[in-house]
Design a protein around this ligand. Structure first.
Ligand SMILES: Cc1cc2nc3c(=O)[nH]c(=O)nc-3n(C[C@H](O)[C@H](O)[C@H](O)COP(=O)(O)O)c2cc1C
Length: 166
């Protein structure tokens, strides 16, 4: 089994590196997927954009055994069911990892446009709840939610699988 990850600003990469250190599994960025044998089991980690796990499509011909999506919220946005449906993961174990984001002023291009629109939409919500207020703050100021312990559900799942020695 190997770890393959897609990360734009480095938060998912941090999780991939922590996971590699904890499991001893080899680590590849999705751009080096051609080095991974199609039969090899793959643990895929990707950042999420509008509920889509980035890079996952590139790996669809590989033997993906579990997928982790990283986002900035306390839970997967828009929600886990939508993420599973949008990524066709109904039959694949999915783990949400809280990642992080750079301050909005440091983001460029289409991502900045998409996030600015998202913030405007959140701000327009009447009677915004605590989670919405937190999301606005996080996007505007930046946030690092990477914690080793967030990998525990995935590590427990790996430990319960036969043939995987940790
Ligand atoms: C344009 C854009 C759209 C995003 N959409 C989502 C989303 O739909 N769901 C989610 O949970 N996180 C979303 N995020 C947050 C990122 O997935 C999160 O910040 C991630 O941890 C970044 O990982 P990276 O540093 O490895 O690129 C979005 C971020 C950007 C910039």
């Amino acid at each position: 089994m190997v770890i393959v990850y897609e990360s734009k600003t480095g938060f998912t990469k941090k999780y991939a590196e922590l996971l590699a250190a904890k499991t001893g599994l080899r680590l590849y960025p999705a751009s080096e997927l051609s080095k991974v044998d199609r039969a090899e089991e793959v643990l895929f980690l990707g950042w999420m954009k509008i509920g889509k796990v980035q890079g996952l499509k590139k790996a669809e011909k590989h033997n993906i055994v579990a997928v982790c999506g990283s986002g900035t919220g306390r839970t997967a946005e828009p929600d886990v069911e939508t993420v599973l449906a949008r990524n066709k993961l109904e039959a694949t174990p999915f783990f949400y990892l809280r990642g992080g984001c750079l301050p909005l002023k440091n983001i460029r291009g289409m991502d900045k446009l998409a996030l600015s629109m998202f913030v405007r939409m959140l701000k327009a919500r009447k009677g915004a709840d605590e989670k919405t207020v937190e999301s606005i703050e996080i996007i505007e100021r930046g946030f690092d939610g990477v914690k080793e312990e967030n990998l525990n559900p995935l590590l427990a799942w790996l430990n319960d699988r036969p043939r995987v020695i940790l």
